[in-house]
Design a protein around this ligand. Structure first.
Ligand code: HEM
Ligand SMILES: *[C@@H]1O[C@H](CO)[C@@H](O)[C@H](O)[C@H]1NC(C)=O
Ligand SMILES: *[C@@H]1O[C@H](CO)[C@@H](O)[C@H](O)[C@H]1NC(C)=O
Ligand SMILES: *[C@@H]1O[C@H](CO)[C@@H](O)[C@H](O)[C@H]1NC(C)=O
Ligand SMILES: *[C@@H]1O[C@H](CO)[C@@H](O)[C@H](O)[C@H]1NC(C)=O
Ligand SMILES: *[C@@H]1O[C@H](CO)[C@@H](O)[C@H](O)[C@H]1NC(C)=O
Length: 355
């Protein structure tokens, strides 16, 4: 009796040790997190698709090994998804104003075509392993997280359980929800406040420009006809070489110090008047955000901490959960428009009618 009691207590203490051990590692990822919305959860696919996160991470490791630039494309895709009618995968749909078909795409918003392909390839791998249980919007959120982590940024847990929307993002909705790169800090602060982001969130999210590239047309209004006086002279001259005219179609990096590394150098750029867009540089001119820039430039840990909080917030904008929306079988089409799915349904109906 006594020995059975002993083994029970040692089993219990072993379990609690294991629990402490696990929660320690969990705790080193995301220190403080904003509240999560109803319907999302930290463990949503734990039983229905336990390998989800490792499938996504392993595949993206391979993708980024070939081309690290794809990380920035995936991070921006999640941002555009969430800001325009919520993180519902609407940006992925054919017909969306910045979607993969590009027929109606707004040129100055163009997302990388490869990003759409990478998401649907991840979707195919995940569905092969688990069946059609994981949404395209959740895969996009995980891909953005891994884009950050695999380029040197913080790792963090992503609340999951989003479902995919049934309507795509129109040009009007897209333009109304994404501020242009010519926007002032005041415009951005006002616009993002409507989505419940404060000044710290705005500065932290803009720090995503620590990786990636931009087309000339997104910033040549700062070079021609007149040079923006807030831009460093040497930096401006170099940009003029890359973009000899206002509508040149080359590209350049958004963080000149470390374009492929997710770090706090973007804020150092801003302090040196080497921000690429007005929407970046004006955050340093504006007295409401200047101090936040400096604090991130001198303390990368602080930037990472605030970035994670802002990303988790962004990743929960107007999500569909529960029985709303759907789990798409192909990220670029709604299930009702999916000719493969409809033919499967037709075949099933035919089989049924023959019984
Ligand atoms: C706050 C207002 C923002 C503005 C005005 C803005 C504007 C832009 C513009 C104009 C580009 C270049 C597009 C091109 O010409 O190819 C760009 C690139 C990028 N943006 Fe933003 N952005 C903003 C916020 C964000 C946020 C919140 C994120 C993510 C959390 C983000 C992530 C990125 C990334 C990663 C790239 C590089 C994309 C690539 O290399 O393909 N941006 N942004
Ligand atoms: C889009 O916006 C424009 C200008 O604001 C407006 O004239 C047009 O009617 C809108 N279109 C739709 C479909 O809402
Ligand atoms: C994109 O360019 C069009 C036409 O030049 C302009 O009307 C629109 O405001 C721009 N949008 C953004 C988000 O920069
Ligand atoms: C500009 O872009 C078009 C199509 O994207 C391409 O065919 C052309 O070569 C580019 N021009 C220059 C000067 O890079
Ligand atoms: C940097 O920020 C972290 C996170 O907020 C904080 O714990 C740390 O004390 C800061 N370091 C310095 C040198 O201020
Ligand atoms: C997904 O749908 C698009 C648009 O209809 C189609 O081009 C693509 O081949 C489909 N992908 C798969 C894997 O079926």
């Amino acid at each position: 009796m006594a020995s059975r009691f002993n083994s029970l207590t040692s089993l219990l203490s072993l379990i609690s040790c294991l629990f402490l051990f696990l929660s320690y590692f969990h705790g080193t990822k995301a220190q403080s997190t904003p509240p999560i919305v109803k319907g999302l959860s930290w463990s949503f696919y734990d039983s229905s698709c336990p390998k989800l996160e490792s499938i996504v991470r392993k595949q993206l490791q391979k993708v980024f090994k070939d081309d690290i630039g794809q990380a920035a494309g995936l991070l921006r895709l999640h941002f555009h998804d969430c800001f325009v009618q919520g993180c519902d995968g609407s940006v992925l749909l054919d017909g969306s104003a910045s979607g993969p078909s590009e027929k109606q795409a707004i040129p100055n918003l163009t997302l990388r075509l490869e990003a759409f392909k990478i998401i649907d390839d991840l979707r195919r791998r995940v569905h092969k392993d688990c069946g059609r249980v994981v949404s395209c919007s959740d895969i996009t959120a995980l891909a953005a997280r891994d884009a950050v982590y695999l380029t040197g940024g913080p790792d963090y847990d992503v609340p999951l359980g989003r479902r995919d929307g049934l309507s795509f993002a129109t040009q009007n909705a897209t333009l109304a929800n994404l501020v242009p790169p010519s926007a002032s800090a005041n415009t951005i602060l006002t616009s993002l406040a409507t989505k419940n982001f404060d000044a710290t969130d705005v500065v932290a999210l803009s720090g995503a420009h620590t990786i990636g590239i931009s087309h000339c047309t997104s910033f040549t209004d700062r070079l021609y006809p007149n040079q923006d006086p807030t831009m460093d002279k040497t930096f401006a001259n170099n940009l003029k070489n890359v973009c000899p005219t206002k509508d040149s179609n080359s590209t350049t990096v958004t963080d000149i110090r470390s374009p492929n590394k997710f770090d706090n150098k973007y804020y150092v750029d801003l302090m040196n008047r080497q921000g690429l867009f007005t929407s970046d540089q004006d955050l340093y001119t504006n007295s409401r955000t200047r101090g936040i820039i400096t604090s991130f430039a001198v303390n990368e840990t602080l930037f990472f901490e605030r970035f994670v909080i802002a990303m988790i917030k962004m990743g929960q904008l107007n999500v569909l959960t529960g029985t709303t929306g759907e789990i798409r079988a192909n990220c670029s089409v709604r299930n009702s428009d999916n000719s493969f799915l409809s033919s499967v349904v037709e075949e099933e109906l035919t089989v049924l009618s023959q019984l």
